[in-house]
Each structure stands twice: as C-alpha cells, then as structure tokens.
Write a protein that binds this ligand. Structure first.
Ligand code: PLP
Length: 377
C-alpha cells in the first residue's frame, strides 16, 4: 500500500482521483433521484485543480466570502453561491458581479446590500437559524448553540421585510446522518414553513455526511422530495466534507525517534500547521498499517517538529520499530486540511498532488520559503 506514495516529496497531500469520482457518483445519484442540486462548499476543499472534474458532477460552488467566490468563478463552471455573516462594502462590489445566489445573515444585511443584488438580478436568500441543536459536545461547530451569530431566528424574522427574497438557507449540521436532518427540518418547518411556500429555493446547507458508509441516503432522498413537492421549491445541498471524504492522504517522513518514558517519533508534518482539526475538533487520523496504542508491538507518540509542546498527532502502534526515513501515510486528509494550513514556526507547506485514475502521482503544487515570507512583511 505504501508503495503508491513512494515517489512523492514529504510532507505532501495526495488526493485520489478515483475515490473522489466515486464520492461524486454517490452525490450525482442523490441529485438524480431527489431532484436536488448539490454544490461544493469550498471552505472544506479549495483544491481548484480538481474543480474541472468536480464540476462535471456537481451544480456549482458555495463560498464563504469574496475569495472563495472568485476561486469558484475562475475554476468551476456552474452556479456560484455565497453566504457571509456580514459583507464588507468593498467586497460586495465584486461579489455582486460574480455570484448568482447571494445569501444574507440578517434582515439588516438584506436591507443594506439587497437592492444592489436585485439590480444585478441576483437571486437572494436569507439564512435562518431554526435553533435546533443536533450535536453534542461540539459547540464550536454548532450554529444553533445559544447566542449564535449564524442565521436569523424566528424572533428576529420580519415577514413584512421579505420583499424579493427568493430563498431560505440553513446550515446546522456537522458530520451528521439524515435522521438529524429530519428533526431539524421538522423544527424549521414549524417555525418558517409558512414562508417556504413563497420561496423559489431552500438551501439545506452542509454537514450531510452523505458519502460515509453508514449514511442513510434513502431518508435524505425522500426528505428532499417531500420538501420540493410540499413547498414547490428547488432544494440545494452544499456539503464540503462529503465531497472528498476519505479521498486524501498526507504523506510524511519520520525525522527522528527518541525516548522519554515513552517512545516518540518526530515527523516532518505538524498537527498545528497541517492538520489543525486534529487539535481543534479534536480527532485521531488513521495511519495506513498502524493501530491503536499497544494493539501492535511498538507504540509511538507522533509529534511535529515545531516548538509547540502540544503539537501531537496521537499515539499509534506499529508492527516494526519506527526509524528515520520511514514514511507514514495519514488518511482522510483532503477536507479541512490544506484550506486550514499555516506556516507557524516557519513550517513548510505540504506539496499537493493528485493520484490519477491510472495510479500515477502528479504533483500539482510545491511550496517554498517564498510562500512563508510572502504572507509577512
Ligand atoms: C461549513 C459549511 C458548509 C460545509 O459543511 P461540511 O460540514 O463541510 O459539509 C456548507 N455551508 C455552510 C454555510 C457552511 O458554513
């Protein structure tokens, strides 16, 4: 298995084209059977060298602001949706030129920017907050948590100000199955259902873990059909993670091993710089050929070469002792990895490669000192 990566520099993100295609086929099937439109949420995955491929399957992109919207505009042929909790005057001038769907977080943003969007014949929407939390222990990823700034609650929803708004948007899920969509929709429809009928579209956001093995696709499809028919609307989904779930790797090299009560290996990758969700989420990425601590004979704590004491990826066990020069391959590293990386400690950014359908690795980008320096002054 490791041989698939032998010719790559490290650290290097590698995205497996075949696996991306198989996710895209699942999503395409959902669109075909439910009649919905699926967009790529670029914030999870902005590897634009893959946009031509993804745009053969999906309907467009969802952006979090001007820069992502520009990237989608330049590299993805399809619809260009944008949502931001608050737009900036200078940015909106460009956004209104390139985005066909513009979503506002509040009636005050809609009043401020809506007229300019309508003048350009953009389809405008409002993000609602159904105030229905379906996730526990992940408040940082819960837009329905108490005091959330994301979306308009029913308390601040003014039907007389809807005007030419054509869509309602909600995004409340994170790595969740369709049962949580069902309960969220029930609450959202209780509160906002009477306004859904006046809309042209409803966007159900991201967080649908559609390409995960145990995801209940049938429930998703039937819910979409129900909403489409009941309210006579186009239904959008904008998953990020699900588009590239389990399609990417981070290939790294062991630089050094040491012992301080436990065995430790220092890698040429950093949790803090190259996989920050390991610390933020937090979660434990899989490594090809490794298991939980002590399941195999040799257990190591894996850390990065930065000064941060907590720059630890986790404890893993291996069949053989690790040694300098060994390659370790972290799994599921396509989403929320390269979009979140940084050069803290002057860490180099990992190269970016595509493993093509033919099995050949193609390096699409390498970074150097200039990329570190270029963001500073
Ligand atoms: C984060 C986000 C998404 C994508 O979420 P995933 O969990 O990656 O599917 C979609 N829409 C909005 C508004 C988001 O904030």
């Amino acid at each position: 298995m490791k041989d698939r990566f032998y010719d790559l520099p490290t650290p290097c993100y590698v995205v497996d084209e075949k696996k991306v295609i198989s996710n895209l086929e699942v999503l395409k099937d959902v669109m075909d059977r439910s009649g919905c439109k699926i967009l790529l949420a670029q914030k999870a995955f902005s590897m634009f060298s893959m946009y031509p491929l993804i745009s053969r399957y999906l309907c467009g992109t969802a952006a979090s602001g001007l820069y992502e919207a520009k990237l989608g505009h330049e590299h993805f042929s399809g619809e260009n949706h944008v949502f931001s909790p608050a737009y900036k005057e200078e940015e909106f001038i460009e956004i209104v030129e390139i985005c066909d769907h513009i979503i506002f977080n509040s009636f005050s943003q809609w009043r401020k920017f809506g007229p300019r969007a309508l003048k350009k014949e953009r389809s405008c929407g409002l993000r609602i907050n159904p105030e229905w939390s379906t996730q526990e222990g992940h408040e940082i990823y819960d837009p329905c948590a108490t005091g959330s700034r994301l979306g308009t609650t029913i308390e601040h929803f003014y039907p007389d100000q809807l005007g030419d708004l054509e869509g309602l948007h909600m995004h409340t899920l994170c790595e969740q199955n369709s049962d949580d969509l069902v309960t969220t929709l029930r609450v959202a429809e209780e509160k906002f259902g009477s306004y859904m009928k006046q809309m042209k579209w409803i966007n159900l956001g991201g967080g649908h873990h559609i390409t995960r093995k145990d995801y209940d696709i049938e429930t998703l499809v039937s819910e979409i059909i129900r909403v489409r028919e009941k309210y006579d609307v186009v239904v959008y989904l904008e998953p990020g993670e699900a588009v590239v779930l389990n399609t990417g790797y981070l290939v790294t090299t062991v630089l050094e091993t040491m012992h301080n009560k436990i065995d430790i290996a220092i890698l040429d990758t950093s949790a803090a710089c190259h996989m920050p969700d390991v610390l933020e989420m937090p979660y434990r990425p899989e490594i090809i050929g490794a298991k939980l601590p002590n399941e195999k004979k040799y257990t190591y704590r894996l850390g990065g070469p930065t000064c941060l004491a907590g720059d630890i990826i986790g404890d893993y066990s291996f069949d053989e002792p690790l040694k300098e020069g060994d390659k370790l391959i972290f799994c599921d590293m396509a989403h929320y990895s390269m979009v979140k990386n940084n050069t803290f400690n002057g860490m180099p950014l990992p190269a970016i490669a595509i493993q093509g359908i033919d099995g050949e690795n193609k390096i699409v980008r390498q970074f150097g000192y200039e990329d570190f320096k270029g963001r500073l002054s």
